[in-house]
Design a protein around this ligand. Structure first.
Ligand code: GLU
Length: 430
């Protein structure tokens, strides 16, 4: 983030791609280890170390200036032994093939941890939606669906929102797919607006899930949330709702950030004001003069740190400077594998992404079930079911960590990979 200023655009891209290759390698390492703990053979690892399918597409879009621009998009399907693949689509300039690959593998873990009948999938388009008009975004969203339509569908692979995509984008994608399939197909995609078959509680579900994990982790560490000082990196869908839920629980939010900078105040920030002023991409720090960098934010004093933005934020460079005693990962991949080891050694309780952020896909599953049934649940029903699943999953992972004497990340992978590994075995794939 801070370093991109000193790099040319191309050098920046190469750096991001190299980081993504490292993320895939770390994911493979930890999947391998988890399978060994579960007693699976090398054959199973051979099957699960890469996505089964990876599609790269080129999407021509007529821009507002009259010219055609061709965008690159991806869809990765890690493994569909346990059921159709499932996972979001991100719109971001740094999207690359390796990142999408790793993200699809993490979706397998999330679905496995909360025990959903899905495998992992993920998609992405290299673009900057902050610089595109509404019309251009609609054309891109529809073009992406046409490009991937052969490999997706309500019982094949079900997309959802992710970084910089929202319910409007899901609506366009669902409409396009319904035209292609010649049926109204709400179950093709989740995270839709309520009137198009969306579910109550889906928009806040990721933040709800993280909140539940924060509560359980705080209880485990004997920290009262009412006195806790919390830093949240990122003010997008997850980060903004999270800051509200934590604030409502009586915690003091001492730091927040967006893609451009961070705010820190040891006496607590005015969260309601910040929520009111943020734009739809979660930008708010541009309204202030006294900002610090995202990098500096991680070194500030707090009890609980919640990275809720992008990957590779806690690394070997800053793992020793983290002051929190609990780190709960709301983003995908914010901590490297080496940094996880440093934090664990330092006695910091790290609740990994594949557990902490699984509330989103859990509510997506509820949405898909409701679409398949054509019968819709109340917000209370959704919340009660979400809560039960997340609390149970937290304790399953905690028990696995204690049983195997491993950190929470490896414990989460041991729990997460089991369903797919077992399903693959029954199908005779490994
Ligand atoms: N993109 C979200 C995630 O990374 C949600 C995926 C979904 O709802 O399918 O977990």
């Amino acid at each position: 983030m801070g370093t991109t200023n000193t790099l040319t655009e191309n050098q920046g891209k190469v750096k991001t791609e190299n980081e993504s290759i490292d993320i895939v390698k770390s994911t493979q390492t930890i999947i391998h280890e988890a399978l060994q703990y579960l007693g699976y053979s090398e054959e199973t690892y051979e099957l699960l170390k890469e996505p089964l399918r990876m599609l790269t597409v080129r999407i021509p879009v007529r821009m507002d200036n009259g010219k055609i621009k061709v965008f690159t998009g991806y869809r990765a399907q890690h493994n569909d032994a346990a059921g159709p693949t499932k996972g979001g689509v991100r719109f971001h300039p740094d999207v690359n093939e390796q990142e999408v690959k790793a993200l699809s593998m993490w979706m397998t873990m999330k679905s496995g941890i909360v025990n959903l009948p899905y495998g992992g999938g993920k998609g992405g388009i290299v673009c900057d939606p902050r610089e595109m008009s509404f019309r251009e975004l609609e054309a891109l969203s529809r073009g992406y669906v046409r490009a991937i339509s052969q490999i997706v569908g309500p019982s094949k692979d079900i997309p959802a929102p992710d970084v910089y995509t929202n319910s409007q984008i899901m609506a366009w994608m669902m409409d396009e797919y319904s035209h292609i399939s010649e049926f109204d197909s709400p179950g093709f995609i989740t995270g839709k607006p309520l009137v198009l078959g969306g579910s109550e509680g889906r928009d806040t579900a990721t933040a709800r899930g993280v909140t539940i994990c924060v509560e359980e982790a705080a209880r485990k560490r004997g920290i009262d949330l009412k006195d806790a000082r919390i830093i949240i990196q990122g003010f997008g869908n997850a980060g903004s709702y999270l800051s509200k839920f934590m604030h409502d629980a009586g915690a003091k939010i001492v730091g927040i950030s967006d893609a451009y900078g961070a705010l820190y105040d040891e006496n607590g920030l005015d969260i309601n004001y910040l929520l009111e002023r943020r734009d739809s991409f979660g930008t708010v720090t541009n309204l202030f003069d006294n900002t610090i960098s995202n990098k500096k934010l991680f070194e500030q004093d707090c009890d609980i740190l919640i990275p809720a933005a992008i990957a590779n934020q806690i690394t070997m460079e800053n793992a020793k400077d983290i002051k929190a005693s609990i780190v709960v990962e709301a983003a995908n991949g914010p901590t490297t594998l080496e940094a996880t080891k440093v934090l664990t050694k330092r006695g910091i309780l790290l609740v990994p992404d594949v557990l902490a952020s699984a509330g989103g896909v859990t509510a997506s599953y509820f949405e898909w079930v409701q679409n398949n049934q054509g019968y819709y649940w109340t917000a209370d029903e959704v919340m009660t079911k979400l809560r039960t699943i997340l609390i149970d999953s937290f304790h399953k992972v905690m028990a696995s960590a204690e049983k195997h004497q491993v950190d929470m990340r490896l414990a989460a992978y041991i729990v997460g990979i089991r369903r797919t590994a077992e399903a693959a075995k029954f199908r005779g794939w490994a």
